[in-house]
Every structure is written in C-alpha cells, then in structure tokens.
Design a protein around this ligand. Sequence first.
Ligand SMILES: *Cc1c(COP(=O)(O)O)cnc(C)c1O
Length: 388
Amino acid sequence: MTDRSFLPFAQPEIGDDEIAEVVDTLRSGWVTTGPKAKRFEADFAAFLGEPGLHCVAVNSATAGLHLALEALGIGPGDEVITTTHTFTATAEVVRYLGADVKLVDIDPATLNIDPAAVEAAIGPRTKAVIPVHFAGLAADMPRLLDIAARHGLKVVEDAAHALPTTCGGQLVGALASDATVFSFYANKTITTGEGGMLVTRDAALAARARVMRLHGISRDAFDRFTAKTPGWAYEIVAPGFKYNLTDIAAALGIHQLKKAHAFQQRRAAIAARYDEAFATLPLLVPPAPPPGELHAWHLYTVRLAVDAGIARDDFIERLFAAGIGCSVHYIPLHLHPYWRDRYRLDPAMFPASQRAYERLVSLPIYTRMGDADVGRVIAAVRGALGVA
Ligand SMILES: *Cc1c(COP(=O)(O)O)cnc(C)c1O
C-alpha cells in the first residue's frame, strides 16, 4: 500500500530532554536571558573545542550577522562582498548599516562563493566579505582568508547551514575569520525555534556585540539583577538592539547541541542513500565533502540534467503530487526586485548561480525521516523522471 501522507520538506527533532529543560526553565522563574543562555554559550565554545573563542547567543542568525558587522565598524560608504546564491538575510544586514552589497557569482561545482569572483570585485570601498557554507559544505576558506588578508578585508562567515562542518579538519566556528554566525531557526541542523550564535576570537568584538544585543546597556539583565552590588545601576553607551536569546530557547539549544554530531551522521546517511539511488538518473547530485571533512548536510540539492526531459517547476509539481515536500535554494538575490533594482543586476552577471537555480531542487533531509521516508522520496524522484 502506498503511504499517502504528506512528507514535509523539513521538521525539527525535539526530544524529551529538550522538553524537560524548557519546563525546568518555565518553573525556575527566569524565562528571559539568564543562566541557561550563559550555559548554552559555554557549551557552544566547548563544542567548537578551541581555546579563546567567545560565543554570544542571539535571537537569530540575522541578528548575529548584523551585530558582527556593526562591531567591525561597517557603515555608510563601505561595501561588503557576498554571494548572490543565498538567503536575503546574509545581505540585508549590510543595508541595515547603510553600507552597500556587492554580489558575486558562485563556483558551479560547489554552489559556494567563487574566490576569484571575490577578488575581482574588490574595490576601494570594500571592507568585508561574507562567505556562506552552502548546504553545509565549507566554502573555500583558505583562499578566501588569503584574499582577505592581502586586501585588508574582514571576514564574517554565514554558518547558518554549517553545524557541524569542517574545513581543513577544523570545525567552522574555529577558523581564522573575524566572526562566524550560526542559525538555530526551525529548519536548521539544530534548533531553538528562533536563535543564533555569534562566535569570535576577538574579545572587543564580542564585548561590543554583548552590549549591542541588549539596547546598548553596559551590563546584561542577569548580571544587573543578581550581582552582589545593588542591581539598579546601568549605563546606555549606544542605541543598541533587542537581539538577546531567551532562556526558554537556550534550554532547547543545550540539548540540541549535544545531539549535533549524531544528527549530522543521520543526515550524512540519508545523503549517501540519495547519492547511490540517483547515480544512474539524469540528476547532478551535490558535491561530496573532501575526504575526512564533515558536511553538515543542512540541504540536499539535486540539479536536473539538461536531458532529464522535464523542467524544474514541473518536477517539483510532480513531487508535491506524490506527497513529497521540496524547495529551491535559492532564488538568487539578483532575481529579487529589491536587489535587482537597487544594484541594476542582471542574470548574465551571475551565470553559474543562474544556471544552477534554473535546475535546482532541494529534497527532504532531516533526522526524523525514517528509512521508508527516504525510500518514498527516491521512488517519487524516479516517478517524476519517468524512470520505472
Ligand atoms: C537561515 C539562514 C539565515 C538566517 O537565519 P535566522 O536565524 O533565521 O536569522 C541566514 N543565512 C542563511 C544562508 C540561512 O540559511
């Protein structure tokens, strides 16, 4: 009998440990930023395993990217380079600060930002570059860090897909960039519902981000109300933001983080099954990580071959008709009215991203999928392609 229920594109895996920790938080009397957010930050630093890392918990990756660029002094007149093949959050934070975005094309093999395109785009106003580890495969960080060092640019990694991902055997978050930002949005590899983590080796950057994540107050609420000195005194040193992570969310994160490696293994196993099943189909499967490296497998994206005999939109429609949720990552920024019109962008300026976009489909890949679910996706893909 066929299973007619709909298989969602993504679903979080929340266990009893997470639920018990949230209940404990609710009963504790401290629901906003407090001891659990602090513990989550300490656990995150321990997870990355490198001494000297500062972790700043925030209520989204978007907030973390904004805080990182603000702390690096990005502002009006500056330009920041990033990939067109990303979610708008990567680029919009540059505009929050009144700086300009310079979008560049991707490496067609990895769909990650093309280091040669980055170098070619550097101008007198360029201050920073934001690589995205697309789908959970590390961008070419050695080359990007080298380019940035030679041109005096800051590097802020958008690691929304990259927990856990390694590059040169080191976890993303512990590389030599100025800051790295993770997302714990509902569909990411670990989730707090909404949340993010800014990681940096730069103590001054971390201190600035801590102040700016909570209204520009010189001490956070927990310290103010529990310090031994009377807690009423504080100073406003800047017009800050409201970007703090609640203890309710951090309670989820503490337990999700413990499972991050097990989650990655399940995702990698699903990716391996897809790779094998699709090897003989007219599909380009996503690139494998270099030997010995971790791929977070936040996304599993296939590209329809030119001879697949079906257009991407029709392929997606057939998968939905078969009860399989899927998506497209991404509609590149150069196609969205805001970015296109502000910077007079044209698809011809981004041939690799454009060509990939026209053939891309993201298939379900998450830990709650059973082996039968994976089999259903494979069967639906074969059916959509007209393969018996
Ligand atoms: C999800 C995502 C973000 C934004 O994360 P939030 O935590 O929702 O703010 C940024 N960049 C990329 C590439 C993402 O996928």
